[in-house]
Design a protein. Sequence first.
Length: 258
Amino acid sequence: MKVIKMVKGLALILGLAITGWAIAQQNPQGTQQPKQQTQQTQQSQQPTNPGPHPVRLTKEMAQQVSDPEAKKILEKTSKKFSKLKSFQVKFRLKLDMPETDDDEIKEGTLYVNGEKYRLDFGDQLVVSDGKTVWTYIKETNEVQITEEDPENQMFQPRDLFSDFGDEYIYTLLGTKKLKDYTTYVIDLTPIDKNKSFFKIRLYIDTKTYEIRRAIVFEKSGIRYALDIISFIPNAPIPNVLFTFDTTAYPGIQVTDLR
């Protein structure tokens, strides 16, 4: 179960905390919205089912109440990374589960070149050449082959670290020292009440505007913390890393779903 939760946490952070495009699988209750916006909306709407969260913010409303300073920082990060043709990231993912005292920690590496990517994380290896996806389970020596579907990807490599979307309220909390880096601390609150998480916290380098840490706070109490160990922009990545040769794995079980 821990491995499954860790993989889910990785998908959440890479696809949700950084880009906001991974889809939550649960359907919990909503999060509280800012009081000022609630009062403004209540004047023009009469909720049919009054409760603690009667107001649903629109994307336009979220942008109006977001912290302008936080938005500026995120825009600088977006602008910087949207220009990259390729990059290599080494990361550490920590899973904090409230029902246990033990934290689960795993490390992984992500290679991205345009639409192509290779994610090596724990027991899983996910490889895409932009058209085909190979998901390899190391422990059981089996691979599942599917067609790339941009609409249903857990994360969009082309916009990773760059597109924060307009589905969040941004709040700048201040600065915090992380090892040798001073970072801006920004909270992203989703306007979609049906998401399984209530907050994403980003730590962005004040000098380079690179993301140094991202934390997803789930309503279940689980926290996923992603620390960037190293980041290489425009890395020279050989194309061979974006294909999966089944002949290199003797006895492999292949499930082709294309």
